[in-house]
Design a protein around this ligand. Structure first.
Ligand code: CA2
Length: 152
């Protein structure tokens, strides 16, 4: 099983600024760890990061036939992008949303996720470890869902 790991705007800078909020782990560290966790689950990951909304949508379209599901941190597009939500719906890719920080404990404009209504679930506030939880939950969901079930 191949799982896509998609990171949005500014997450390429992880580990370089604002460690109090986002930690000191780099995106490469996270991706390397997810490759290990995936292997232990009998799966593999494809990782991508983009700063543009359209680039993220194009990546999902390209992954449509390639991956079984997606772990996504859409960064600030989480709170603004109906287009990204539509891309998840259009591709019918099951996904788990992850945030390093607890978005509900931050400014009000970060409390709402436009992706959440069509996600399997969300992991928020566990830092880099949250990506592992999201990957494990997604693989489990894909393996155990009823045959033929579609993403929510
Ligand atoms: O907590 C998260 O993972 C967020 O998705 C991160 C986004 C933020 O807009 C969301 O509300 C919550 C921001 C990512 C910015 O990444 C940085 C990386 C290094 C230094 C500063 C920001």
């Amino acid at each position: 099983m191949i799982i896509g790991v998609l990171n949005g705007p500014n997450l390429n800078l992880l580990g370089t600024r604002e460690p109090a909020i986002y930690g000191s782990t780099t995106l490469s560290d996270i991706e390397a760890r997810l490759a290990e966790v995936a292997r232990s689950l009998g799966a593999e990951v494809r990782c991508a990061q983009a700063n543009g909304e359209g680039q993220l949508i194009d990546r999902l379209h390209a992954w449509r036939e390639e991956v079984a599901g997606v772990v996504v941190n859409a960064g600030a597009y989480t709170h603004t992008s109906l287009a990204l939500r539509d891309a998840f719906s259009a591709t019918a890719l099951p996904f788990v949303e992850v945030h390093l920080s607890n978005i509900h404990a931050r400014e009000p404009e970060r409390h709402r996720s436009l992706l959440a209504p069509v996600a399997i679930g969300m992991v928020t506030g566990l830092g880099a470890y949250g990506y592992e939880v999201a990957l494990q939950g997604l693989v489990r969901w894909i393996r155990h869902r009823a045959p033929g079930a579609s993403a929510p």
